[in-house]
Design a protein around this ligand. Structure first.
Ligand code: AMP
Length: 181
């Protein structure tokens, strides 16, 4: 018999640990590696993500390196769609589009191959944790630069107290777990 959704969510929650003051003082880091190590929890995370997005008409999945790949790739395989890597500058070999975004101190940027998304194509973006939303907002801009349609931004966990979803318009945020403080 299948476990209920609540049981599956609780299993995921039990496999994400919080590490205080990593990588800097004051940050409560969500460590997903215990989930990846668990042969029951990891596939359940992909199964639950698919259940949440299966009616959106996903045509291709894109995810930022590197933890986004850990969930985006198995989800793409499960949904039988292609996968587009979004990378830090200088990693992709062909012509790229680039979007720069603000960090607390300074800026960062993300790149995607310039021919990766077709105009009108329905793209699902995937990452492990939604924190301040800067990374995912930049990923949305990359897709939209090419005329792609972001139909959802799916996360394992949303840190709602950081307000990241305000940077991602049109209620496109999907999560399996949330932390409210
Ligand atoms: P964001 O602030 O939403 O742009 O987050 C940037 C990236 O850092 C995301 O891809 C997350 O995977 C990661 N990240 C940010 N904050 C945390 C956190 N507290 N725990 C784990 N990962 C985080």
């Amino acid at each position: 018999m299948n476990d209920s959704t609540d049981d599956r969510i609780e299993l995921l929650r039990s496999r994400i640990t919080t590490v205080a003051d990593f990588p800097e003082p004051g940050i409560q880091f969500k460590d997903i590696t215990p989930l990846l190590e668990c042969p029951k929890a990891f596939p359940i995370s992909i199964e639950l993500l698919e259940e949440k997005v299966k009616d959106l008409g996903v045509e291709i999945i894109a995810a930022p390196e590197s933890r986004g790949f850990l969930f985006g790739v198995p989800l793409a395989l499960r949904m039988n769609v292609g996968f587009l890597p979004i990378r830090k500058p200088g990693k992709l070999p062909r012509k790229v589009h680039k979007v720069e975004y603000a960090l607390e101190y300074g800026t960062d940027s993300v790149e995607i191959h310039a021919d990766a998304v077709q105009p009108g194509q329905k793209v699902l973006l995937v990452d492990d944790v939604l924190a301040t939303g800067g990374t995912m907002a930049a990923c949305c801009q990359l897709v939209e630069k090419m005329g792609g349609v972001v139909i959802g931004c799916a996360f394992l966990m949303e840190l709602t107290f950081l307000g990241g979803r305000e940077k991602i318009p049109d209620s496109r945020v999907i999560h399996l777990l949330e932390e409210t403080d």
